[in-house]
Design a protein around this ligand. Structure first.
Ligand code: HEC
Length: 427
């Protein structure tokens, strides 16, 4: 009798503890779905690139433990900038609380909860593009030919016949089964014939290009914007825009990856917003050591596991006749052996300001990172770029494993780069 009573007590205790736990455990509809909807669904839905759809309770539940692993290691959502370096606008990363919520939900057995708690609609997200004035599509539909990766540059006419400023930029990938990333460059009128020559020299629309558009590397070819899956169209920082001269052409580099290609051609388009004037004329400035580019002084020896090159200078004379300038966004560019890269300002007075640090470089996730607050650069400061590469392992080039070889600066798949890109306006 006593034994049974004790057992009964213990059982009762257990049950009440459990039900308390269940009551406070996160549920899918109330706690988890809002996170997944705002941070994951853009890529994890039918027709998008992420493996596995995350649009229903059943789908998310089936992947629950894997989801937990990818958010705890911060592999998902893909966002490579180190948050300890700078604060970024449109940062999709999960907060520590959100990660803990997903962990607690998995621990609790992934309860569904009450569908009435589901978020009403997807948060529209910060940013966005306020207006699209031109949709500039590839001149013709293109069927990729090089497998598994076809890097192709296409020329697109700039449609305005007076000076205009691009104040918003977005990419509409057409065939999402093949378009991996897109970079838009600008050939000013004086360079158009160079790129037309490259285009004419190859059969079919466009021409093969890899690291850049393949023209002069003296900084005279402009940059407009870049897209990787998940990059939303957006207005450029308020009051700023990129000057476009009539007679310019866009050079649009599309990286096609054919591993899950549906066989259909592609006609990707660039969307731009244009205005006749802006308060602050902006430009994308490229930053690298000229000796790397023009005199082969960026050697990366075969077998080196952590090759490093760095360069610093004060670019104010060159950019704005010695005036201070603001940096609003930054990007970094290396090829596939890159492992880590950093852009920072070494202050003339004292101290350093980190602009962008990518501790785990991934060639497939390149896009500019916009700062929450622009950084000021003053004459006497030094802008610094540091790149690291691992050249000790074989590389898959065009589907073949190639042993490490001596590398240097160049535009090919067997070359490397270490390039900073800065969206700047004069003070
Ligand atoms: C910008 C697009 C994008 C966003 C946003 C995104 N993912 Fe992914 N996800 C991918 C891609 C692409 C893959 C395929 C693997 C790869 O290429 O890294 C992937 C793979 C995964 C995988 C499978 C990993 C494996 O080991 O097979 C899981 C799970 C996942 N994502 C969960 C999430 C969750 C959870 C979120 C939101 C917190 C999220 N993803 C946000 C693009 C995205």
């Amino acid at each position: 009798m006593l034994k049974i009573a004790v057992a009964g007590l213990v059982l009762a205790g257990c049950t009440s503890e459990q039900s308390e736990e269940v009551a406070s455990a996160p549920t899918y509809y109330r706690d988890v779905q809002p996170i997944i909807q705002d941070h994951c669904v853009a890529c994890h839905q039918p027709g998008e690139i992420g493996d596995g759809h995350l649009t229903s309770y059943e789908e998310v539940r089936a992947l629950g433990p894997i989801i937990r692993g990818t958010v705890e290691t911060r592999l998902m959502p893909p966002w490579l900038a180190d948050p300890g370096c700078n604060e970024f606008a449109h940062d999709p990363s999960l907060s520590d609380e959100q990660i803990a919520t997903i962990g607690a939900w998995v621990d609790a057995g992934m309860p569904a909860g009450d569908p009435a708690d589901a978020p009403q609609e997807q948060k529209s997200g910060e940013g966005g593009m306020s207006r699209v004035d031109h949709t500039l599509a590839l001149p013709v539909a293109y069927e990729p030919v090089l497998s598994p990766d076809d890097y192709r540059c296409f020329l697109i006419d700039w449609p305005e016949d007076e000076v205009r400023y691009v104040t918003g930029f977005g990419v509409s990938p057409d065939n999402k089964s093949s378009v991996h990333h897109v970079i838009a460059f600008v050939a000013p009128p004086s360079q158009v014939s160079i790129y037309e020559g490259l285009d004419a020299a190859e059969q079919g629309p466009g021409y093969t290009c890899y690291g850049g558009p393949g023209g002069p590397q003296d900084g005279s070819t402009g940059f407009l914007g870049a897209w990787a899956p998940g990059t939303p169209p957006s207005d450029l920082p308020a009051g700023t825009g990129i000057r476009m001269a009539p007679g310019s052409k866009l050079i649009v580099q599309v990286h096609y990856n054919l591993l899950s290609w549906d066989g259909e051609p592609d006609r990707t388009a660039i969307d731009v917003k244009v205005d006749p004037t802006v308060e602050h004329e902006a430009q994308w400035a490229f930053f690298a050591n000229p000796a790397w580019i023009f005199s082969g002084q960026m050697p990366i020896a075969a077998g080196e596991a952590d090759a490093t090159h760095s360069f610093s200078m004060d670019p104010t004379d060159f950019l704005y006749g010695g005036r201070s300038f603001y940096i609003h966004q930054a990007g970094l560019h290396m090829h596939t052996r890159g492992t880590e890269a950093t852009l920072d300002i070494v202050r003339g007075g004292a101290g350093e300001s980190c602009l962008l640090d990518i501790p785990r470089w991934d060639f497939n996730w390149q896009f500019p990172y916009r700062f929450k607050e622009p950084a000021i650069f003053n004459p006497g400061d030094q802008l610094r770029i540091i790149c690291h590469w691992d050249n000790s392992r074989p590389q898959s080039v065009g589907g073949r494993a190639e042993p490490p070889r001596d590398l240097n600066w160049g535009e090919g798949t067997n070359d490397e780069m270490c390039l900073g890109m800065l969206y700047v306006t004069p003070q």
